[in-house]
Design a protein around this ligand. Structure first.
Ligand SMILES: NC(=O)c1ccc[n+]([C@@H]2O[C@H](COP(=O)([O-])OP(=O)(O)OC[C@H]3O[C@@H](n4cnc5c(N)ncnc54)[C@H](OP(=O)(O)O)[C@@H]3O)[C@@H](O)[C@H]2O)c1
Length: 323
């Protein structure tokens, strides 16, 4: 079954996820969708010092938005900030240092941020594919800690701030790779069996899609979406998937092309005309399952995912209590 899914997914990717896939889709884009002035609005973008995240931050800064770059490395973050300010003339660019695989740091960061800033849009873009099973200092598997638990805690912690604003949005940067995975709640930290980093990443990205659907139902004041950027030429692809990169490097999207749908979901009025909770590719909602693939999860498993994440997140929450 997994051979079937992987093959169908790869063939789909060759057609749709490459640069030519983007160019074909872009013929149907409405240019006016992005002709928006977002001055006065605040955008938080995780993993904003490179790749898709930096491209998103730059485009939003060009449109007048205040951008909060949430990054783990001080030097890389400051370099990105300077580049964005120099390239856009927008001075409203801030760096916040945060390791998204550290749950306690995320709670503390979010509590402090809320006392100092408002937030209109949260873009959960930071992501990783660690190919060996490695643990964080808290004993969490690194891919899960960054991609799933980090996204869960930051979103949960920022929701009260988002719910105060009109037209608040959360955009989760997932991956089409999730199409090959069915939700597996029995082994969130990959303690059993052979560790396959690509599949662990795909499972995390499936979890992000399910979280987006659940949050959309539970929080109607905020518009949630999740998306696939296509295959874009970024540091992550070069370092985590060297064989794929070698094979595909001439066909990969640019970082701006990978960023396009994130920006569209974050700022365009057209995006919020779509229902909350959907999965997007090239500005359109698309299916979260491949044809004939048995990847649909049960409501019970989805509830269990939420319960497990909530339990785990509360272990690291500040003693004063969190929402
Ligand atoms: N490029 C693609 O083809 C593709 C396809 C599907 C999905 N995506 C998704 O797109 C998103 C952006 O990736 P990208 O391709 O643009 O790669 P990238 O340029 O390497 O960006 C990933 C960003 O996430 C940050 N990050 C990773 N772990 C972190 C942590 N623990 N704490 C804080 N920041 C962390 C990285 O910071 P450092 O610089 O410090 O490492 C970097 O800024 C990811 O979620 C990825 O899964 C990309």
């Amino acid at each position: 079954m997994s051979l079937y899914r992987n093959t169908v997914w790869f063939l789909k990717g060759l057609r749709e996820y490459t640069k030519s896939g983007y160019e074909a889709a872009a013929k149907h884009f409405v240019a006016e969708d992005l002709e928006v002035d977002v001055t006065g609005k605040h955008y938080m973008i995780t993993g904003a010092n490179s790749g898709i995240g930096k491209a998103v931050a730059t485009i939003i800064a060009k449109k007048g938005g205040s951008v909060h770059l949430v990054c783990r490395n001080h030097e890389r973050a400051e370099e990105a900030k300077k580049e964005i300010i120099d390239g856009t003339g927008n001075q409203n660019v801030w760096v916040h240092l945060l390791d998204m695989s550290n749950p306690k740091q995320i709670w503390e960061f979010a509590e402090k941020f809320k006392t100092e800033n408002k937030l209109n849009v949260l873009i959960n873009n930071a992501g990783c594919m660690v190919n060996k099973r490695e643990l964080t200092d808290d004993g969490l598997e690194k891919n899960f800690a960054t991609n799933t638990l980090g996204t869960y805690i930051l979103t949960k912690a920022m929701l009260p701030a988002l719910e105060k604003e009109e037209d608040a949005r959360v955009v989760n940067v997932s991956s089409g790779g999730m199409l090959v995975q069915k939700l597996n709640v029995s082994d969130l930290q990959c303690e059993n069996g052979t560790f396959d980093g690509t599949m662990v990443y795909a499972q995390n990205k499936r979890q992000q899609v399910i979280l987006t659907e659940l949050w959309a139902k539970a929080h109607p004041k905020v518009h949630f979406s999740v998306m696939h950027p296509g295959w874009a030429d970024t540091p992550a692809v070069r370092s985590s998937m060297p064989d794929f990169y070698e094979k595909m490097k001439n066909r990969l999207r640019t970082e701006d092309q990978g960023a396009d749908t994130v920006v569209w979901l974050a700022i365009s009025p057209a995006a919020t005309q779509q229902p909350s909770g959907l999965f997007f590719q090239d500005r359109k909602p698309v299916s979260t399952h491949l044809p004939l693939a048995s990847t649909r999860s049960s409501p019970a498993d989805e509830e269990e995912l939420l319960r497990n994440l909530e339990e785990l997140s509360q272990k690291f929450a500040p003693a004063t209590g969190t929402p």
